[in-house]
Design a protein around this ligand. Structure first.
Ligand code: SF4
Ligand code: SF4
Ligand code: FES
Length: 239
C-alpha cells in the first residue's frame, strides 16, 4: 500500500468546471467519504460535498467514483482505487449546484409525478389495516420499500441521460411499491401517471439501476411489474 493516494476531484458549478488533483494520506479502512472529508477539512475548505449519516442510511453521500455512482461512505478506497488513484465527481443526470453537490429537485419531482406518496382512504376512527406478511402483494411491496432515495440508480440510467423527462428507476420503484399496497386508493391514477411516454414503457431493461443499487433493490423488476399492470389496466379500459 502506498503512503498517499492521488485524487482527482471535480470542482465547479452549473456553468462548468474541471478536475483538480490532491494527494491524500492513505489509511487503513479508509472510505471515499473519508478522502473527500480530508480534502475539505485539511486542504481546501471551499470544497462542497454532502453527507449525513456515514453508515449507509441517508443516501446523501452518493457521488461518481472512478466512473460509477456509489455511496461514498460505504465504499472503501481499497476496493475501488485503480493504481492508487481515485476520480470523484458529482452524480450524473442531475444538475450540479457546486463541486460534488447535485440538485435533487428533479429527482424528487419525478417521485411526485409518479404519484409516489401513499394515498389512503381510512380515517383515524378506523381500525388498523391488517396486511398478511406472506401475501403476494405485501411481498412485492417489501421488495422495493427499503429505497432511501439516494439517486445512484437514477445517475446510472442511460434512458434518463437520453430523455430528461423519463421518470427513472427510483420513482417507478416507489410507484410499484404503492401499487402493491392494498390500502392505497389511487391505483388507476398512479398507473396512468407511469404509463405515459416518459414512464415505464420507456425503460430499455439495461439493468444498470439494479446492478448498482446499494440496497439490492431491483427497479428493473418493479418497472416490469408496472408495464404488466399498465397494459392490463389499458386493456380493461381503466386508464
Ligand atoms: S432497467 Fe430501465 S430504469 Fe433501470 S437503468 Fe435500465 S433503462 Fe434505466
Ligand atoms: S432504488 Fe436503490 S439506488 Fe435507487 S434511489 Fe433507491 S436505494 Fe438508491
Ligand atoms: S452519508 Fe448517509 S448513506 Fe452515506
Amino acid at each position: 500500500m502506498t503512503d498517499t493516494i492521488q485524487v482527482r476531484v471535480w470542482r465547479g458549478d452549473a456553468a462548468g468546471g474541471a478536475f483538480r488533483e490532491y494527494a491524500v494520506p492513505r489509511l487503513a479502512s479508509q472510505t471515499v467519504l473519508d478522502v473527500v472529508t480530508h480534502i475539505q477539512r485539511r486542504v481546501d475548505p471551499t470544497l462542497s460535498y454532502r453527507y449525513a449519516c456515514r453508515v449507509g442510511m441517508c443516501g446523501s453521500c452518493a457521488m461518481t467514483v472512478n466512473g460509477r455512482a456509489r455511496w461514498t461512505c460505504r465504499t472503501h478506497v481499497a476496493g475501488v482505487a485503480q493504481d492508487g488513484r481515485l476520480e470523484i465527481a458529482p452524480l450524473s443526470n442531475l444538475p450540479v449546484v457546486k463541486d460534488l453537490v447535485t440538485d435533487m429537485t428533479q429527482f424528487f419531482d419525478k417521485w411526485a409525478a409518479a404519484r409516489g406518496r401513499f394515498e389512503g382512504g381510512g380515517t383515524r376512527r378506523d381500525d388498523f389495516a391488517r396486511v398478511t406478511p406472506a401475501s403476494p402483494m405485501r411481498q412485492l411491496a417489501d421488495a422495493g420499500i427499503e429505497c432511501i432515495g439516494c439517486g445512484v440508480c437514477y445517475a446510472s440510467c442511460d434512458v434518463v441521460a437520453w430523455n430528461p423527462d423519463y421518470l427513472g428507476p427510483a420513482a417507478m420503484n416507489r410507484a410499484w411499491t404503492l401499487v402493491n399496497d392494498v390500502r392505497d386508493t389511487a391505483q388507476r391514477e398512479r398507473l396512468a401517471a407511469v404509463a405515459g411516454d416518459a414512464g415505464c414503457h420507456a425503460c430499455h431493461t439495461h439493468m444498470s439501476c439494479t446492478e448498482r443499487c446499494p440496497k439490492k433493490i431491483s427497479p428493473t423488476a418493479a418497472i416490469a411489474g408496472l408495464k404488466r399492470a399498465a397494459a392490463l389496466a389499458a386493456l380493461k379500459g381503466e386508464i
